[in-house]
Structure formats: structure tokens, C-alpha cells
Design a protein around this ligand. Structure first.
Ligand code: 13P
Length: 257
């Protein structure tokens, strides 16, 4: 059995309540079996409770961030336990927008990863390089460090419960997608880092997604590569028809295997 693909929409700070509900009702009955493709919507925190209530059999809901502490005096923050208590199954951790605008660091990413796994929430751990780094030719080195720091003190069993998203910063929201080769090469090098840390078997099992201007036109060629196990999608996940097209591309891949 190959790695089960994941198509995860990251809505970022888009949609109001009625739009969020309308999306969920539009996709719920159209999604493929979750045993074949994992379809996930990572929504703003305020929607999570309502969306989990409305999620269909084959849809799962994720958060876009959380705090790493179990509980405490952190005004405005949400813990992994709170997410779990509402049935949230995934959480995006270390998105480059949070690293750039909200002081997320490799250290907090590591703590959040551990806290999420501890609550049986699947963390989607984001890594990726800036354009400057890509042009300097040091992408693999930089991404390796991000992965090593994110997985500090993470056991083999815990690592198996995580998902990684490789999102080159220069490709996010720019319409400039990494080529399937570029994305696959970096993802393969991430797999090598996992192999060094945890052994080949773990490295072969952890799902690694690509993110950055994924759309209905480029998704198939990205998924056709050896190591890309799905996509973390911003803009193209906002429209139900477009999201379904992405999920169906993953479904087609599984069926043809
Ligand atoms: P876009 O798909 O809009 O480029 O966003 C990617 C992203 O940041 C997903 O987390």
C-alpha cells in the first residue's frame, strides 16, 4: 500500500460563517472515501466547532494554529486539548505566514508538534525556503535544519503521526508554483532527513505534501511525482468545485496505482 494522499485546504483568513457552511455542504457528499484520500479543511478557529458538526463522512477539519502549552494564562490562544475536545483532527503548524508575521520559530514549531501529537491531533508541519535561499542554492540545507529542529525530542512513534508540508515561500500566493521536479527533489531530501533521524521505514511512511500556488491545472503533474503525497492549498481551496477537482486528482492517482 502506498502512502494515502491528503488534500488539505488552508482557508487562511477568508470566508464568513455562511460562506464556510455553504462550502462544507457543497463538498460533503462529493468527496471520495477517506480511506483512499484524506480531504481536510483547515479553517479559522472561530468556525471549527460548527464545521466539525457539519463535516460529512469523508471530510475532516483542521485548525491553522494552536498554542503549545497544555493550558495557562495566554490570552487569545487555543490549546491542543481544546481543539481535541471539539473533534478537530489536524492542525497546521509553522506556516510561513505565522513565522513571518507572528513570531513563530523552529522552537515553537517543535513544541507545538509535540503538543498536537500528544492530543492525537495530526500536525501538518510546514517548512520551506525564501526566494533568496532558493537562488543561493542552499534550499536543502535550510529545509534540513527546519525539519531537524521541528523534530527535536520527537520519538519514532510520534514522528509517524505527523505530516509535513513543503511550502516554498516564493510560491505561496504568487501563482509561481515550484515545478514538479523542484518540489519532488526537495521533498525527497526531506525524506532523507527523516531517514537519518528515524530510519528508512519511517521516512517511507510519513506523508509529505507540497504547497504553493497549487491549482486545478498543476495538481496532477505535482501528484504524478514519486514523493509528493498531496497538497496544502490556499487560494484554490476556497471554491468548492476547485477543491473537489484537487481531491479528485488525488483519487484518480490512487485508483491508477
Ligand atoms: P496558495 O495555494 O494560495 O499559494 O497558498 C499556499 C499555502 O500557503 C497553503 O498553506
Amino acid at each position: 500500500m502506498g502512502r494515502r494522499p491528503i488534500i488539505a485546504g488552508n482557508w487562511k483568513m477568508y470566508k464568513v460563517k455562511d460562506e464556510a457552511y455553504a462550502f462544507i455542504y457543497a463538498v460533503n457528499l462529493e468527496l471520495p472515501d477517506k480511506e483512499l484520500v484524506e480531504s481536510v479543511i483547515c479553517a479559522p478557529a472561530i468556525f471549527l466547532k460548527d464545521l466539525v458538526k457539519r463535516e460529512g463522512e469523508n471530510l475532516r477539519i483542521g485548525a491553522q494554529n494552536m498554542h503549545y502549552a497544555q493550558e495557562g494564562a495566554y490570552t487569545g490562544e487555543i490549546s491542543a486539548a481544546m481543539l481535541k475536545s471539539y473533534g478537530v483532527d489536524y492542525v497546521v503548524i509553522g506556516h510561513s505566514e505565522r513565522r513571518a508575521y507572528f513570531n513563530e520559530t523552529d522552537e515553537t514549531v517543535n513544541l507545538k508538534l509535540l503538543a498536537a501529537v500528544n492530543q492525537e491531533i495530526t500536525p501538518i508541519v510546514c517548512v520551506g525556503e525564501s526566494l533568496e535561499i532558493r537562488e543561493a542554492g542552499t534550499t536543502d540545507e535550510v529545509v534540513k535544519k527546519q525539519v531537524e529542529k521541528a523534530y527535536l525530542n520527537v520519538s519514532k512513534a510520534e514522528a509517524l503521526k505527523t505530516v509535513i508540508a513543503y511550502e516554498p515561500i516564493w510560491a505561496i500566493g504568487t501563482g509561481k508554483t515550484a515545478t514538479p521536479e523542484q518540489a519532488n527533489d526537495t521533498i525527497r531530501s526531506i525524506r532523507n532527513v527523516l531517514s537519518t533521524l528515524y530510519g528508512k521505514e519511517v521516512a517511507e511512511q510519513v506523508r509529505i505534501l507540497y504547497g504553493g500556488s497549487v491549482n486545478t491545472k498543476n495538481v496532477e503533474s505535482l501528484l504524478a511525482t514519486s514523493d509528493i503525497d498531496g497538497a496544502l492549498v490556499g487560494g484554490a481551496s476556497l471554491d468548492p468545485t476547485s477543491f473537489l477537482t484537487l481531491v479528485n486528482a488525488a483519487f484518480k492517482k490512487v485508483k491508477n496505482q
